[in-house]
Ligand binder design. Structure first.
Ligand code: ARG
Length: 274
Protein backbone atom coordinates (compact mmCIF):
# COMPACT_ATOMS: atom_id res chain seq x y z
CA UNK A 1 0.00 0.00 0.00
CA UNK A 2 2.68 2.41 1.11
CA UNK A 3 4.79 1.74 -2.01
CA UNK A 4 1.79 2.36 -4.29
CA UNK A 5 1.34 5.74 -2.68
CA UNK A 6 5.04 6.43 -3.10
CA UNK A 7 4.91 5.38 -6.76
CA UNK A 8 1.88 7.57 -7.31
CA UNK A 9 3.72 10.45 -5.71
CA UNK A 10 6.72 9.97 -7.98
CA UNK A 11 4.46 9.74 -11.04
CA UNK A 12 2.72 12.96 -10.08
CA UNK A 13 6.05 14.69 -9.56
CA UNK A 14 7.20 13.52 -12.98
CA UNK A 15 4.00 14.72 -14.59
CA UNK A 16 4.57 18.06 -12.92
CA UNK A 17 8.08 18.34 -14.31
CA UNK A 18 6.90 17.43 -17.81
CA UNK A 19 4.06 19.97 -17.65
CA UNK A 20 6.41 22.65 -16.40
CA UNK A 21 8.68 21.92 -19.37
CA UNK A 22 5.78 22.33 -21.77
CA UNK A 23 4.94 25.64 -20.20
CA UNK A 24 8.38 26.97 -20.94
CA UNK A 25 8.35 25.94 -24.57
CA UNK A 26 5.28 28.08 -25.16
CA UNK A 27 7.47 31.17 -25.23
CA UNK A 28 9.21 31.42 -28.57
CA UNK A 29 12.71 32.76 -29.20
CA UNK A 30 11.48 36.16 -30.24
CA UNK A 31 9.70 36.81 -26.99
CA UNK A 32 6.13 36.39 -28.22
CA UNK A 33 3.79 34.03 -26.37
CA UNK A 34 1.76 31.20 -27.80
CA UNK A 35 -1.78 31.44 -26.64
CA UNK A 36 -2.65 27.84 -27.32
CA UNK A 37 -6.24 28.27 -26.19
CA UNK A 38 -6.98 30.96 -28.76
CA UNK A 39 -4.83 29.17 -31.35
CA UNK A 40 -3.09 32.47 -32.04
CA UNK A 41 0.38 33.63 -31.26
CA UNK A 42 0.70 37.01 -29.61
CA UNK A 43 3.42 39.02 -31.33
CA UNK A 44 5.64 41.35 -29.36
CA UNK A 45 5.50 44.69 -31.19
CA UNK A 46 7.87 47.38 -29.93
CA UNK A 47 7.37 51.12 -30.31
CA UNK A 48 8.31 54.60 -29.07
CA UNK A 49 4.95 55.91 -27.90
CA UNK A 50 5.85 59.61 -27.94
CA UNK A 51 4.98 60.39 -31.54
CA UNK A 52 1.36 61.48 -31.83
CA UNK A 53 -0.74 60.83 -33.83
CA UNK A 54 1.11 57.63 -34.78
CA UNK A 55 1.89 56.18 -31.35
CA UNK A 56 1.36 57.90 -28.02
CA UNK A 57 0.14 57.31 -24.50
CA UNK A 58 -3.48 58.01 -23.64
CA UNK A 59 -3.58 57.29 -19.93
CA UNK A 60 -1.78 53.97 -19.69
CA UNK A 61 -2.85 52.87 -23.19
CA UNK A 62 -0.81 53.16 -26.37
CA UNK A 63 -2.98 54.54 -29.16
CA UNK A 64 -2.52 56.02 -32.61
CA UNK A 65 -2.64 55.39 -36.33
CA UNK A 66 0.21 52.86 -36.17
CA UNK A 67 -1.48 50.93 -33.35
CA UNK A 68 -4.77 50.60 -35.27
CA UNK A 69 -2.88 49.71 -38.42
CA UNK A 70 -0.76 46.95 -36.87
CA UNK A 71 -3.77 45.49 -35.06
CA UNK A 72 -5.59 45.27 -38.40
CA UNK A 73 -2.56 43.69 -40.09
CA UNK A 74 -1.91 41.02 -37.45
CA UNK A 75 -5.60 40.19 -37.26
CA UNK A 76 -5.62 39.70 -41.03
CA UNK A 77 -2.64 37.34 -40.69
CA UNK A 78 -4.24 35.39 -37.83
CA UNK A 79 -2.14 36.73 -34.98
CA UNK A 80 -2.60 38.89 -31.96
CA UNK A 81 -0.28 41.74 -31.07
CA UNK A 82 0.90 43.26 -27.86
CA UNK A 83 2.25 46.74 -28.57
CA UNK A 84 4.87 47.68 -25.99
CA UNK A 85 6.47 51.08 -25.42
CA UNK A 86 10.22 50.59 -25.12
CA UNK A 87 11.54 53.86 -26.60
CA UNK A 88 13.21 54.70 -29.92
CA UNK A 89 16.79 53.48 -29.46
CA UNK A 90 15.80 50.38 -27.41
CA UNK A 91 13.31 49.41 -30.12
CA UNK A 92 16.13 48.86 -32.60
CA UNK A 93 18.22 46.99 -30.03
CA UNK A 94 15.33 44.60 -29.40
CA UNK A 95 14.92 43.96 -33.12
CA UNK A 96 18.63 43.35 -33.55
CA UNK A 97 18.66 40.88 -30.67
CA UNK A 98 15.47 39.26 -31.94
CA UNK A 99 13.71 39.95 -28.68
CA UNK A 100 10.76 41.50 -30.49
CA UNK A 101 8.81 40.12 -33.44
CA UNK A 102 8.57 43.52 -35.09
CA UNK A 103 8.61 47.27 -34.53
CA UNK A 104 6.11 49.90 -35.61
CA UNK A 105 7.03 53.49 -34.83
CA UNK A 106 6.73 55.66 -37.94
CA UNK A 107 10.00 54.05 -38.98
CA UNK A 108 11.30 55.35 -42.31
CA UNK A 109 12.62 52.68 -44.65
CA UNK A 110 16.14 53.62 -45.76
CA UNK A 111 19.24 51.88 -47.09
CA UNK A 112 21.19 52.21 -43.90
CA UNK A 113 18.47 50.55 -41.80
CA UNK A 114 17.90 47.90 -44.45
CA UNK A 115 21.38 46.55 -43.72
CA UNK A 116 20.34 45.62 -40.19
CA UNK A 117 16.56 45.08 -40.39
CA UNK A 118 14.00 43.74 -42.81
CA UNK A 119 11.09 45.98 -43.77
CA UNK A 120 7.51 45.39 -44.85
CA UNK A 121 5.91 47.08 -47.82
CA UNK A 122 5.67 50.84 -47.28
CA UNK A 123 2.48 51.75 -45.42
CA UNK A 124 2.75 55.52 -45.00
CA UNK A 125 4.04 58.45 -47.02
CA UNK A 126 5.91 61.11 -45.08
CA UNK A 127 8.49 63.88 -45.24
CA UNK A 128 10.28 66.04 -42.70
CA UNK A 129 8.92 69.51 -42.03
CA UNK A 130 9.96 72.42 -39.82
CA UNK A 131 8.01 73.48 -36.74
CA UNK A 132 8.65 77.11 -35.72
CA UNK A 133 6.94 79.88 -33.72
CA UNK A 134 4.32 81.79 -35.74
CA UNK A 135 6.48 84.91 -35.79
CA UNK A 136 9.63 83.08 -36.96
CA UNK A 137 11.39 84.46 -40.07
CA UNK A 138 12.20 80.90 -41.24
CA UNK A 139 10.72 80.06 -44.64
CA UNK A 140 12.96 77.18 -45.74
CA UNK A 141 15.50 74.71 -44.36
CA UNK A 142 18.32 77.00 -45.50
CA UNK A 143 17.06 79.62 -43.05
CA UNK A 144 17.90 77.23 -40.20
CA UNK A 145 21.60 77.92 -40.73
CA UNK A 146 23.18 79.13 -37.47
CA UNK A 147 19.90 78.56 -35.63
CA UNK A 148 19.43 76.04 -32.82
CA UNK A 149 17.39 73.12 -34.12
CA UNK A 150 15.90 70.40 -31.91
CA UNK A 151 15.41 66.86 -33.24
CA UNK A 152 14.80 63.38 -31.92
CA UNK A 153 18.11 61.55 -31.81
CA UNK A 154 18.60 58.90 -34.47
CA UNK A 155 15.77 60.01 -36.75
CA UNK A 156 15.68 61.06 -40.38
CA UNK A 157 14.97 64.56 -39.05
CA UNK A 158 18.42 64.61 -37.48
CA UNK A 159 19.89 63.21 -40.68
CA UNK A 160 18.20 65.85 -42.84
CA UNK A 161 19.56 68.70 -40.71
CA UNK A 162 23.04 67.17 -40.56
CA UNK A 163 23.05 66.78 -44.32
CA UNK A 164 22.58 70.52 -44.65
CA UNK A 165 24.73 71.87 -41.85
CA UNK A 166 27.21 69.07 -41.14
CA UNK A 167 27.45 66.24 -38.65
CA UNK A 168 28.12 67.21 -35.02
CA UNK A 169 27.19 70.81 -35.76
CA UNK A 170 26.87 72.50 -32.40
CA UNK A 171 23.50 74.07 -33.17
CA UNK A 172 21.79 70.70 -33.31
CA UNK A 173 20.13 69.62 -30.05
CA UNK A 174 19.28 65.92 -29.97
CA UNK A 175 16.61 64.46 -27.70
CA UNK A 176 15.61 60.95 -26.70
CA UNK A 177 12.07 61.53 -27.93
CA UNK A 178 10.28 64.06 -30.10
CA UNK A 179 8.10 65.46 -27.30
CA UNK A 180 11.25 66.66 -25.55
CA UNK A 181 12.41 68.35 -28.75
CA UNK A 182 9.08 70.19 -29.00
CA UNK A 183 9.30 71.19 -25.32
CA UNK A 184 12.70 72.71 -26.05
CA UNK A 185 11.16 74.78 -28.83
CA UNK A 186 8.29 75.90 -26.60
CA UNK A 187 10.64 76.96 -23.82
CA UNK A 188 12.75 79.00 -26.23
CA UNK A 189 15.78 76.70 -26.14
CA UNK A 190 15.51 76.02 -29.88
CA UNK A 191 14.35 78.02 -32.91
CA UNK A 192 12.84 75.01 -34.69
CA UNK A 193 12.03 71.30 -34.57
CA UNK A 194 12.51 69.11 -37.63
CA UNK A 195 10.32 66.00 -37.61
CA UNK A 196 7.76 64.07 -39.66
CA UNK A 197 5.10 66.27 -41.28
CA UNK A 198 2.02 64.66 -39.76
CA UNK A 199 3.51 64.87 -36.27
CA UNK A 200 4.38 68.57 -36.40
CA UNK A 201 1.19 69.48 -38.26
CA UNK A 202 -1.05 67.73 -35.73
CA UNK A 203 0.90 69.25 -32.85
CA UNK A 204 0.60 72.82 -34.19
CA UNK A 205 -3.11 72.33 -34.83
CA UNK A 206 -3.94 70.72 -31.49
CA UNK A 207 -1.95 73.23 -29.44
CA UNK A 208 -2.98 76.65 -30.81
CA UNK A 209 -1.93 78.38 -27.57
CA UNK A 210 1.69 77.52 -28.43
CA UNK A 211 1.41 79.71 -31.55
CA UNK A 212 3.40 77.51 -33.93
CA UNK A 213 3.43 77.04 -37.70
CA UNK A 214 4.80 74.39 -40.03
CA UNK A 215 7.21 75.10 -42.90
CA UNK A 216 7.48 72.76 -45.85
CA UNK A 217 10.68 72.35 -47.86
CA UNK A 218 10.32 69.69 -50.53
CA UNK A 219 13.59 70.80 -52.10
CA UNK A 220 15.71 69.87 -49.11
CA UNK A 221 13.57 67.21 -47.41
CA UNK A 222 12.96 64.00 -49.33
CA UNK A 223 9.84 61.86 -49.53
CA UNK A 224 9.96 58.97 -47.07
CA UNK A 225 7.96 55.82 -46.52
CA UNK A 226 7.26 54.10 -43.22
CA UNK A 227 7.54 50.33 -42.90
CA UNK A 228 7.18 47.68 -40.25
CA UNK A 229 10.68 46.72 -39.11
CA UNK A 230 11.63 43.09 -38.47
CA UNK A 231 14.73 41.29 -37.26
CA UNK A 232 16.93 40.35 -40.23
CA UNK A 233 15.76 37.14 -41.84
CA UNK A 234 12.36 37.23 -40.11
CA UNK A 235 10.00 34.53 -41.38
CA UNK A 236 7.09 36.60 -40.18
CA UNK A 237 7.78 39.44 -42.63
CA UNK A 238 6.50 37.75 -45.81
CA UNK A 239 3.41 36.62 -43.91
CA UNK A 240 2.63 40.09 -42.61
CA UNK A 241 3.42 41.65 -45.99
CA UNK A 242 0.53 39.70 -47.45
CA UNK A 243 -1.67 41.05 -44.69
CA UNK A 244 -0.41 44.62 -45.33
CA UNK A 245 -1.41 44.24 -48.99
CA UNK A 246 -4.87 43.05 -47.96
CA UNK A 247 -5.42 45.85 -45.45
CA UNK A 248 -4.35 48.39 -48.09
CA UNK A 249 -6.72 46.87 -50.61
CA UNK A 250 -9.86 46.03 -48.64
CA UNK A 251 -10.71 49.48 -47.32
CA UNK A 252 -9.40 48.94 -43.78
CA UNK A 253 -6.40 51.24 -44.33
CA UNK A 254 -8.63 54.04 -45.62
CA UNK A 255 -10.91 53.68 -42.61
CA UNK A 256 -8.01 53.94 -40.15
CA UNK A 257 -6.44 56.82 -42.09
CA UNK A 258 -9.71 58.73 -42.12
CA UNK A 259 -10.14 58.18 -38.37
CA UNK A 260 -6.77 59.75 -37.58
CA UNK A 261 -6.31 62.32 -40.35
CA UNK A 262 -9.87 63.22 -41.30
CA UNK A 263 -9.29 62.66 -45.02
CA UNK A 264 -8.58 59.88 -47.51
CA UNK A 265 -5.03 58.66 -48.19
CA UNK A 266 -3.27 58.41 -51.55
CA UNK A 267 -3.17 54.60 -51.60
CA UNK A 268 -1.86 54.39 -55.16
CA UNK A 269 1.38 56.10 -54.18
CA UNK A 270 1.90 53.34 -51.58
CA UNK A 271 0.95 50.52 -53.93
CA UNK A 272 3.41 51.80 -56.54
CA UNK A 273 6.15 51.09 -54.00
CA UNK A 274 5.21 47.44 -53.40
N1 ARG B 1 10.29 58.72 -39.51
C1 ARG B 1 11.41 59.13 -38.72
C2 ARG B 1 12.48 58.09 -38.75
O1 ARG B 1 12.21 56.96 -39.09
C3 ARG B 1 11.05 59.44 -37.28
C4 ARG B 1 10.33 58.38 -36.56
C5 ARG B 1 10.25 58.59 -35.07
N2 ARG B 1 9.32 57.72 -34.48
C6 ARG B 1 8.97 57.76 -33.18
N3 ARG B 1 8.04 56.97 -32.75
N4 ARG B 1 9.56 58.57 -32.37
O2 ARG B 1 13.61 58.34 -38.44
Amino acid sequence: MKSTVKLLGILMLLAGVILAGCGKSSTNQTGGKDTAAAGKKTLRVVTDAAYAPFEYMKGDKIVGFDVDFIQAVVKEAGYKAEVVHVGWDPLFVELENKRADLGISSITINDERKQTYDFSHPYFLSTNKILVPKNSPVTSAEDLKNKVVAVQNGTTGQEAVEKMFGKNNKNLKKFENNNLAIMELNSGGAAAVVADNAVVEVYAKNNPEKKLKVIEDSKNFAIEFYGLAFPKGSKLRPELDKAVEKVLKNGTYEKIYKKWFGRMPDINKLKEQQ
